[in-house]
Design a protein around this ligand. Structure first.
Ligand SMILES: [Zn+2]
Length: 110
């Protein structure tokens, strides 16, 4: 009987945790159409509108952008300094990720 109670408590905690994580995902407007709330997934960030079709890959040069950085990118057009990204020639580098005028992702080096 104790086992069942412990198990139930565990599941309840996990459900609560799940709900908190979902609530922490901010409601951010698509920078391109300014209409829809973007969808943040493990691999991509995108606008749900197929006409608009705005999206980017969340993992940039080997680093997955955190929710915090995605929020910064979409509210201030610039992330915090992202460290240890890997360039094509295998060198590590630090840079800010910025949103340019075309709503495309680019780098800003220090
Ligand atoms: Zn859009």
């Amino acid at each position: 009987m104790n086992d069942i109670q412990a198990y139930t408590a565990e599941i309840t905690n996990e459900l609560l945790l799940l709900r908190i994580q979902q609530e922490n995902i901010p409601q951010l407007k698509c920078p391109k159409c300014q209409q829809h709330t973007i969808i943040i997934k493990d691999k991509i960030v995108k606008c749900p509108d197929e006409q608009c079709n705005w999206m980017f890959f969340r993992t940039i040069c080997g680093i997955q952008l955190s929710i915090t950085d995605i929020t910064l990118l979409l509210t201030q057009n610039k992330t915090s300094l992202i460290k240890n990204m890997k360039s094509k020639n295998g060198k590590n580098f630090d840079a800010y990720i910025v949103l340019n005028d075309d709503c495309k992702i680019s780098f800003e080096f220090i």
